[in-house]
Design a binder for this molecule. Sequence first.
Ligand SMILES: NC(=O)c1ccc[n+]([C@@H]2O[C@H](COP(=O)([O-])OP(=O)(O)OC[C@H]3O[C@@H](n4cnc5c(N)ncnc54)[C@H](OP(=O)(O)O)[C@@H]3O)[C@@H](O)[C@H]2O)c1
Length: 391
Amino acid sequence: MKYISILGSTGSIGVQALQVIDDLNSDFKVVGLSAKSNVDLIEKQIYQFKPEVVALDDKYSADVLKKKIKDASVEILSGKEGIIKVATIPKADIVLSATVGIAGLAPTLEAIKAGKDIALANKEVLVTSGSLVMKTVKQKGVKILPVDGEHCAIFQCLDGCKDRNSIHRLILTASGGPFRDKTIEELSKVSLENALNHPTWKMGKKITIDSATLMNKGLEVIEARWLFDIDVSKIDVIIHPQSIVHSLVEFTDGSILAQLAVTDMRLPIQFALTYPKRTQSMLPRLDLAKVGQLTFQEVDMDKFPCLKYAYEAIKLGGTMPTVLSGADEVAVDAFLNGKIGFLDISEIIKKTMNVYKDSNFSDSEPSLEDIISADRWARDYANKIIDEHNH
Ligand SMILES: NC(=O)c1ccc[n+]([C@@H]2O[C@H](COP(=O)([O-])OP(=O)(O)OC[C@H]3O[C@@H](n4cnc5c(N)ncnc54)[C@H](OP(=O)(O)O)[C@@H]3O)[C@@H](O)[C@H]2O)c1
């Protein structure tokens, strides 16, 4: 029996993780749940999974939840401290980090410090603070098990790799998103509704927009750099529209290992939760004959510059990936709220990074304080661009 806390339990990953746990039945006990403000869903999750501690970031929502829950055996908390309590419950063996954005950083870091293994979906944790997080992981001797499908695939291809020098490169696959075949001219006219309509994955809104701009792949490149401790020059991206090959590793002798499976996040979630065991899955098996064709094509970085900016940010190092990620969160939020167009997202990120590079930037290894202040700066600057754009 493993005891688990789930950060972001009401999100796309959180909900699918609870389906996996429900399916695995007696192997897991949920001890903690957290979310931002989704009272109705977390209330249902409390009745079904009977956690000991629950936290909502939003205090008003936590007060509403407290009034609804009559069961005194659940402690209901609010705010950042409440979420950190969920992340560090002494009983928990493993914490699923599935909050979206930098909001997940502090609780994930505290969970690591408290000696918990982490099933990591929240990629912004490593994007913004990779060196700090991985250093803490080493100090505490805990495991980070990737939930992101591409990283889970690479993790599996490398499991049993006896010689790290034999890795020639990691190849992350990308579906290419809903706008893969559009021209730049067409991209300038796409709507929010088009951008939210991902061809192969159903996900939260932030990652869906990041998939349409290919920033998601850029964030994954940075995540892979830290997870697998590999130079970014050895990480490539290839478009694979069918999303069946979840990623690949090429070795020095030219051999390539890949992981293939159906397109369903519950598989990497289950792998991360049950590792090193593999268990039966509720999912249908991959029928290769039905899939028929697996195709691959190069990425057009001129059409999707966010991927190029992510490479630039991790090559520059220091707090630049934090600035990239902070500007992206603000720009995506503005796009979701109808304040800017699709192509403005990459422009805002580019401008924010350029100004930061010329003024505040240092490539030294950042502390948590440096990361928090770079994130704040990037958000303020990106918001300023958006305000000017709208006046
Ligand atoms: N979805 C996927 O298929 C997928 C695949 C690979 C990686 N990921 C990564 O996994 C992470 C989660 O993605 P998602 O698609 O599951 O996102 P999502 O559906 O938007 O869910 C986000 C979760 O985080 C909670 N949350 C948001 N802001 C918060 C805050 N300030 N404090 C505390 N909790 C907060 C939300 O609570 P409320 O519901 O109350 O707002 C919700 O539970 C992202 O980093 C994403 O890149 C997702």
